[in-house]
Design a binder for this molecule. Structure first.
Ligand code: SF4
Length: 244
């Protein structure tokens, strides 16, 4: 009799315990997909915050002579979780005036290239190797590239794009550490190595929009479009049809 009472008491305790933890787990239960989304949102917010801090640092930078001749530093802008990151050479006059990348004529052409890919400017990240304008838009000097390179490296590390599109010879040569011409580099994928222990990022080199404006031949347009089609295919994105 006494044993039966003991067993009933143990069973009751088990049931109460089960009920308690069942209720607890239901209230706290989070769908795995939802949890992943929350984690992604937190990571994106953290990345955006770190990019913002980096932009503030760039705004104060005087590590090379361009820091004293610029009007505004141009850190870069776009989606902190972008799958594609466009990297150009350096800001020009229009960019220097407003502190934003690719806003002049070359920028408008880049916007058209992005739109032709079925994307918006806000879907991608756009930056330059140099964050300050070289006077008269001259080519970047080696010492300026060495001083400024850590900024774009840090931006790539934070954004973790799946593909970098290097616009023009200077960006492609700097990121790939090569002296090859843009003609040799464009049209196929390379790998950007951020350093030991870091996962390499696929890099497509193509013509700089400013070059395309100077040499706006059907052949050059076709080449850039072919390069971008390879990028879209690699990312599993659809290739929009030409509307005309
Ligand atoms: S170009 Fe780069 S390294 Fe030189 S001052 Fe500007 S941000 Fe600094």
């Amino acid at each position: 009799m006494e044993d039966r009472a003991k067993i009933s008491s143990v069973i009751r305790q088990h049931l109460e315990a089960e009920e308690f933890f069942a209720g607890f787990s239901l209230r706290g239960q989070v769908d795995a997909g939802e949890f992943q989304e929350q984690e992604d949102d937190m990571a994106a917010a953290q990345r955006a915050g770190e990019l913002e801090k980096l932009a503030e640092e760039i705004g104060q930078c005087r590590k090379c002579g361009l820091g004293s001749s610029r009007t505004n530093a141009v850190p870069g802008e776009g989606n902190a979780g972008a799958r594609i990151m466009f990297v150009g050479e350096a800001p020009g006059g229009d960019e220097d005036a407003v502190g934003r990348p690719f806003v002049g004529r070359a920028g408008q052409l880049l916007d058209k290239i992005i739109a032709a890919c079925g994307l918006k400017r806000g879907d991608v990240y756009i930056g330059n190797i140099l964050k300050c304008r070289p006077p008269e838009n001259r080519d970047p000097r080696a010492d300026e590239i060495v001083a400024c390179l850590p900024y774009i490296q840090k931006q790539i590390e934070l954004i973790q794009p799946e593909i970098i599109v290097a616009l023009g010879a200077h960006a492609a040569r700097t990121l790939l550490d090569t002296t090859k011409s843009i003609g040799q580099l464009r049209g196929h994928f390379h790998e950007y190595f951020a350093g030991l222990g870091q996962v390499p990022v696929k890099l497509m080199a193509t013509y700089h929009p400013a070059f395309l404006l100077r040499s706006y031949s059907p052949e050059n347009r076709r080449r850039v479009w072919e390069d971008m089609q390879k990028v879209l295919t690699e990312l599993g994105l659809p290739i929009p049809e030409r509307q005309n």
